[in-house]
Design a protein around this ligand. Sequence first.
Ligand code: HEM
Length: 474
Amino acid sequence: MPSSVPPGLPHVLRSLVYLSAPFLAVYVFSYFVKIPTWAFLVLQTVCLPIYLVACVKIKDFRGRRAAAHLGAIPPPSHDGESLGNIDILVKFQRIYKQGFLGDGVSEAHAELGGTFNLSILWDTTTVTNDVNVIKTVLATDFNNYVKGNFFQAFMYSVLGTGVFNADGMGCGCDFHCGARSITHNSQTPQARCGNAALHKMKERLVEGHAIDFQKAMQDLVSRFTLDSASEFLFGKCVNVLESPLPYPPQTPEASRQEEVLTLADKFARAFSRAQDTIAHRGRLGYIWPWLEIFNDKTGEDMEIVDSFLNPILEDALEKQRAEKKAGLWQDAKSDEVNDQDTFLDHLVRTTTDSQVIHDEILNILIAGRDTTAGTLTFAVYFLCMYPRVLERLRKEVLETVGYSRRPDYDDIKSMKYLRAFLNEVLRLYPAVPFNVRYAVNDTTVPNPDPTGRPFFVAAGQPKDYWGPDAPLSG
Ligand code: HEM
């Protein structure tokens, strides 16, 4: 994908230039002022820690001065017990593997309130779940916040220059308007793939097996969203729903079932792993480049992703070349969407840059597929947990849509209970539970205490949001 240079290398080289400054200063000093060799060696040994402590202190002083200038105070600080809060970093890594994403953060919110500062290895992030702060960042002070170089750097090997890695409201890049308008075309593929998924479940139930929620249901929903997304994005269903569902464990069929992976299955798995890797980079903060000096941890997976995706993209570009040759081709403006176009058709009408097309397609797949798969999985989970809700929802669907028709947009809009149900699922298990923005200039965000001074946010300091209503624990 974007580069053959390991993604950590440029960052580490930049850091090495920065870290070599004190050694260079000692060398220059000893050149002009004659000092004994032992003093030179001692200075060379201590200069780096002194330099780093000085940088932290200067940054701290600068922050306090800027806060005072803006009439603000720093938010409360979440402190661990070890140097640089390494214990918190380790705890968060453990939680990510064993618990719910927001577990460690929710404990800190319970102790410190809606907004607090978290410094990992002296790199400070303001974490908030305060709706007024989120409103400030996403609306009233929107122009002062960007996704930032750090975020874009660790995402780049997977997202490239696609919509999720671009600043602005998506429409900063012309394609995204098209992406929004074109999503209405997704209804037919979803209906077709939905039927295929229901058929798969019925088949298994007729065989006399339950659908194991964790293994089979999540698997089925992920395959349904990949099939419907691929059909609506490329106009070509990848048919991952065709592979058999996993049998419940402990059944004789499960022990006999061989896992045969199609190219589309391999694509889906590699794509998930690559997303996991970039999420892990984000959690490691500025340490991640040091772990990827020699290799790109998303490299192998992105090769699999590309071996699946590139032939589809190449086909579309080939079709474009052939139509141009035959004089049948029509360029499109980014906001003009032909009703019959898939998202890929629309992209090839607006650009011939295959990298841009590749990145945009992958970004929309991430935007639309995992969010939908996660939400549908939790929706089914809650329907199993709360039969009363299932009964009421079923009644609304049957009253609105009946027994034989497929729901259309107007039906979906008019089903109030369905909307309330989905909102509640998203409140409890948000598909996008965290988001990050960096402040361009020093600024302030509201303090929940109306008598207190506003909280200070330094330029370049990331802000993490976490949904205020997300679950506090399992
Ligand atoms: C439960 C379902 C979904 C949830 C919770 C969700 C949530 C979000 C959130 C929070 C963002 C903002 C990200 C940021 O600015 O950092 C976003 C952006 C985006 N989403 Fe979704 N999304 C969902 C489904 C979809 C679907 C189905 C599609 C398309 C097929 C889609 C396309 C996009 C695009 C293109 C963007 C980025 C462009 C922009 O900033 O306007 N999303 N989504």
